[in-house]
Design a protein around this ligand. Structure first.
Ligand code: AP5
Ligand code: MG
Ligand code: ZN
Length: 213
């Protein structure tokens, strides 16, 4: 199953991806996580990307498309994958379409998690992420079982550098200007499903599984 999770920053893509990994046994491909790993490893790409991420701007398409080409070629993607936070521009969507055509695979579904902007700031500022596996928690809405410890791998939870009220504003602007136009692109492809992302985490998961059945 080749899936895509779509939505504004903080809509719940990373949170819901964790359930899909377990249900379908396919990997999550989060361009945000890949970029954060590159920053942690001090690679050239990481240093370049960091400037954009810290300001809440999109990283250039050429960098992102290169990442995805390499990642989809890995053997664990043979049975499918979950794209999380990619594509985010029409150029990325077009590149993905061409890449998948070359690989002779197709996109089964795009699940969009709809959350209005006014709820996003609270979600982002209360978020805690796992320093190792990237899992997302929220101090109020989705707390980890033990404070500051990841439920999945036991590592320490941290606050993402771009999770502050100022950067969230630019990230939302980037989403509306550059990413939201993809809704038409995928609606026209007949693969776009919108879900109410404001429900509780477990209810969103139920709706998502039903949409994929
Ligand atoms: P990325 O890491 O993708 O960040 P994002 O898109 O801003 O999305 P988030 O990870 O913030 O949100 P999410 O939807 O995963 O929400 P989560 O599940 O954590 O990208 C970071 C940066 O990298 C970008 O700004 C850009 O610079 C760059 N980048 C990445 N990909 C790129 C690309 N393709 N092109 C160009 N640049 C790129 O949930 C959020 C919070 O809400 C958590 O605390 C969670 O516990 C809570 N929550 C989740 N669901 C619910 C619920 N149902 N009810 C209540 N709370 C909930
Ligand atoms: Mg995420
Ligand atoms: Zn973890």
């Amino acid at each position: 199953m080749n899936l895509m999770l779509f939505g504004a920053p903080g809509a719940g893509k990373g949170t819901q991806a964790k359930f899909l990994i377990e249900k379908y046994n396919i990997p999550q491909i989060s361009t945000g996580d890949i970029l954060r790993e590159a920053i942690a490893n001090n690679t050239e790409m990481g240093l370049e990307a960091k400037k954009f991420m810290d300001e809440g701007k999109l990283v250039p398409d050429s960098t992102i498309i290169g990442i995805i080409k390499d990642r989809l070629a890995e053997s664990d993607c043979k049975e499918g994958f979950i794209l999380d936070g990619f594509p985010r521009t029409l150029a990325q969507a077009q590149a993905l379409k061409e890449l998948m055509a070359t690989m002779q695979i197709s996109l089964d579904r795009v699940i969009s998690l709809n959350v209005p902007d006014e709820l996003i700031v609270g979600r982002i500022t209360g978020r805690r992420v796992c320093s190792k596996c990237g899992a997302s928690f929220h101090v109020e809405f989705n707390p980890s079982k033990e404070e500051n410890v990841c439920d999945y791998c036991g590592s320490e939870l941290i606050i993402r550098k771009d999770d502050n009220a100022q950067t969230v504003k630019s990230r939302l602007e980037a989403y509306h200007a550059q990413t939201a136009p993809l809704i038409d692109f995928y609606t026209n492809m007949g693969v776009f499903t919108e879900l109410d992302g404001t429900k509780d985490v477990s209810d969103v998961t139920k709706d998502m599984i039903a949409a994929l059945a």
